[in-house]
Design a protein around this ligand. Structure first.
Ligand code: KG4
Ligand code: ZN
Length: 358
């Protein structure tokens, strides 16, 4: 059987991603036009600036991806595009362009759920059968879900307030880590991770574990951020910190904060796993967990999950770093997976495809 080729487009946040993957799982090419450096200047993603940059970049990203694969749009069999969730204005740019390609070149369109794509991309590199558990931790999301099939997800828990990447970014900004040259262009979470590695005493500051008594699988990170801000305020007064100065204990504070985040994440994942086993949702002989999203790049958090997995009998997987953060490859891959499962997308009416806010 002739292989099919899918072009994937991702514009849900601040990266314009595009990739071409065939039904054998071969990646032909990819492009990622990141806006990270621009948004750093504003201290976070500005949705309208992000939309304008996607608009400037979308055609370039698609053309570059086709050129790198030595393909023309005629060689593509289907177009996959992120429909939700994400920043509405940004999603609209990708969806509009995908619809234009689909109409002009008579190519079927495959609408993709961004979070499902994060979870499934692990199957590109690892042999992970359904059902499996997934933990998606990023700057915009935090959820635990049971993945029963390509298009069958059962949400087990999500954050009640902030996402972990969001608090890591806010905390890095509040601690002024960016004033240190070694962290100046890094995402907040990465800066906290590196600072934590230099800690003298990771137990110097105490953080309570959120939702410790709650018998569900939800998360809450905003309380941890508040505790950190209180410590910071106290230390800034104590050391008479002014302007751009940073408290001397910042490494210890980052380590304790990161440890609390990791403990909370492991605790909630443990609950989700127990729930699934109790309900017979997961096979007892082979339990798999896929961790993805930008915060999954954090080696400390991942190692804590792996350590827990070893004790519990759960295999813990994460895609390579560049597939944990937003990218076009996961969208094209999800398109391939959906196409293999069924040709349901051929019935899609383009007029019904519109991005949906979270
Ligand atoms: O998945 P992503 O690229 O975008 C979405 O939010 O969807 O994730 C970005 C988030 C940011 O909050 C960033 O601080 C965090 O991932 N991040 C990290 C690390 N690298 C990126 N958090 C912790 N440790 C890291 N090494
Ligand atoms: Zn994402």
């Amino acid at each position: 059987q002739k292989e099919s080729v899918v072009l994937g487009i991702e514009t849900s946040c601040d990266d314009t991603g595009c990739a071409i993957i065939d039904s054998n799982g071969i990646l032909h090419s990819e492009t990622l036009l990141s806006q990270n450096v621009i948004h750093l200047r504003y201290g976070g993603v500005n949705p309208l600036i992000a939309r304008d940059l996607h608009r400037d970049n979308i055609e370039l990203a698609v053309t570059e991806t086709l050129n790198k694969a030595s393909m023309r749009i005629e060689d593509i069999d289907a177009i996959a595009v992120t429909l939700k969730p994400g920043l509405l204005f940004c999603l609209q740019i990708g969806v509009k362009y995908a619809k234009y390609l689909s109409k002009s070149f008579h190519k079927p369109l495959i609408p993709i759920h961004h979070m499902e794509a994060h979870a499934l991309v692990a199957r590109m590199h690892h042999n992970i059968d359904f059902p499996f558990l997934t933990l998606l931790i990023s700057g915009g999301h935090c959820l635990l879900s049971l993945v029963r099939d390509v298009d069958d997800f059962l949400l087990l828990g999500e954050t009640l307030d902030n996402a972990p990447g969001e608090v890591l970014d806010k905390v890095a900004r509040r601690m002024k880590l960016r004033n240190l040259p070694e962290y100046s262009v890094l995402p907040g979470g990465r800066a906290v991770e590196l600072a934590a590695e230099k800690a003298n005493n990771p137990y110097k500051f105490h953080f309570p574990i959120p939702l410790n008594k709650m018998r569900d699988c939800n998360f809450s990170f905003s309380g941890l951020k508040d505790v950190l801000c209180r410590y910071l305020y106290k230390k800034e007064l104590e050391h008479n910190i002014k302007g751009d100065e940073i408290i001397p204990e910042h490494n210890d504070l980052c380590a304790a904060f990161q440890l609390a985040i990791a403990k909370h994440i492991v605790h909630r994942t443990e609950r989700a796993l127990r729930f699934c086993i109790r309900r017979n949702y997961l096979p007892e002989d082979e339990i798999n967990l896929v961790v993805s999203g930008g915060v999954a790049c954090n080696n400390f958090i991942f190692k804590c999950l792996e350590h827990w997995g070893n004790k519990t009998g759960c295999n813990v997987y994460r895609p390579p770093s560049k597939l944990c953060t937003d990218n076009g490859i996961m969208i094209a891959w999800n398109g391939v997976e959906k196409m293999k499962k069924s040709n349901c997308f051929t019935k899609i009416n383009l007029n019904n495809i519109d991005p949906v806010a979270p």
